[in-house]
Write a protein that binds this ligand. Structure first.
Ligand code: SF4
Ligand code: SF4
Length: 370
């Protein structure tokens, strides 16, 4: 495993981090539960292979992720850094920050959270939640009391907003989106790095879409790459401003493969980068429907499964899996299909990618119901 300094924190983090947002879940009597034994075995394998950074959040896995991560940390706490996020979207008063922090310390069963993020900051939330309730002061207090080691934020907005937040000078690290398909934060990441702010990235394999069978990989050299994630991860690791890339791993194979890639220093060479740039121009249409399947737009009051519809559309359009996408669409219960959207618009303000969900769902229904 390779390690890099995490901004000016003095901490060295593994370039591969464990993202605990996609642990395998099972539904029991209408309640979602994490398959804990499996999740813990997978997390432990990652730790054994040198991963020393695990990232969770209050809301991940229907609110169960932090507790499972807490269990997985038993026996590893002195070797692994834990990151979690205060749910800024649930904060309604100044006292809420401390209330969530105490609950999260309890769920994780730790005395201190290493990297405590303000979850999903954008300009609006920074002003109307963080500043409004004086949460930077709350964060400082928590750090002074030793409950939090580093103050961080995860980010979904325009790069210039990220730079403004960095300029405040209180943040030790930022977590933002970055992958082959979305390089919009590249300049802001370089800025963060130059200011000694650690950069963690999420979505290194494009919300899973680069992990499937796809033409890009073949056109880039076919056999040469063992898999889609390999190319995607090597691309992210090639950026020296990235300290740690989080991957939402939920199988042993994924952990083994990602750890193997993160253990070799093999940045993409100039020729590979040039081919990627050409290919990306050709595949610009990917950016048109850039759904990361984060599910922030869910639940839809009418039962539409928004991320699944978009995933099928991407497979149809981008990877050319037209019959397969239509078939999968037909297999979905009618109320989950794009055609069941009633156009209420409730989902759209919740989408960090600012996708025009209603318009896009219409397109999905038109295309996949043909
Ligand atoms: S606009 Fe459609 S998909 Fe969005 S919440 Fe309303 S019914 Fe659901
Ligand atoms: S539509 Fe937006 S909010 Fe919904 S899953 Fe996709 S990216 Fe996330």
């Amino acid at each position: 495993m390779l390690y890099r300094p995490f901004g000016n924190t003095g901490v060295e983090v593994s370039i591969l981090g464990f993202g605990a947002m996609r642990l395998k879940e099972v539904e029991r009597n209408g309640q979602w539960e994490v398959d804990e034994d499996l999740a813990i075995a997978i997390i432990h394998r990652a730790f054994e292979l040198g991963v020393n950074y695990i990232d969770t959040a209050y809301g991940y896995c229907h609110g169960n992720s932090e507790r499972v991560v807490g269990r997985a940390l038993k026996g590893w706490r002195d070797r692994v850094y834990v990151a979690t996020k205060v749910p800024t979207y649930l904060i309604e008063s100044r006292g809420d920050y401390r209330r969530f922090l105490e609950e999260q310390l309890q769920r994780l069963d730790v005395d201190c959270i290493d990297f405590y993020h303000f979850h999903a900051l954008n300009q609006e939330r920074f002003e109307n939640v963080v500043l409004k309730y004086d949460l930077l002061e709350e964060a400082r207090k928590a750090r002074d009391e030793g409950l939090v080691r580093y103050i961080c934020f995860s980010f979904h907005d325009r790069p210039e907003v990220m730079m403004r937040l960095i300029d405040i000078g209180i943040f030790d690290a930022v977590l933002c989106q970055y992958n082959l398909l979305d390089r919009s934060n590249e300049e802001a990441m370089a800025y963060a790095h130059s200011r000694g702010v650690g950069v963690a990235v999420m979505g290194p394999v494009g919300g899973g879409r680069l992990a499937g069978p796809y033409r890009l990989l073949q056109q880039l050299g076919g056999e040469k790459y063992a898999s889609g994630p390999e190319l995607a991860l090597r691309f992210v690791f090639s950026n020296p401003h990235v300290s740690v890339a989080l991957s939402g791993m939920n199988t042993m194979e994924m952990v083994e493969e990602n750890a193997r890639i993160a253990s070799r220093h093999e940045p993409l060479n100039d020729e590979e980068m040039a081919r990627i740039r050409t290919m990306m121009r050709e595949y610009q249409k990917l950016a048109d429907l850039y759904c990361t399947e984060c599910a922030y737009c869910m639940p839809c009051p009418n039962g539409v499964d928004i991320p699944t519809n978009f995933r099928l559309m991407n497979y149809y359009r981008v990877y050319g899996l037209e019959d397969w996408a239509r078939e999968e669409y037909r297999k979905m219960p009618e109320e989950k299909r794009a055609s069941a959207c009633l156009g209420c618009g409730e989902c759209e303000p919740k989408c960090p990618q600012k996708i025009s969900v209603r318009q896009r769902l219409e397109e999905v229904a038109r295309t996949l119901e043909e």
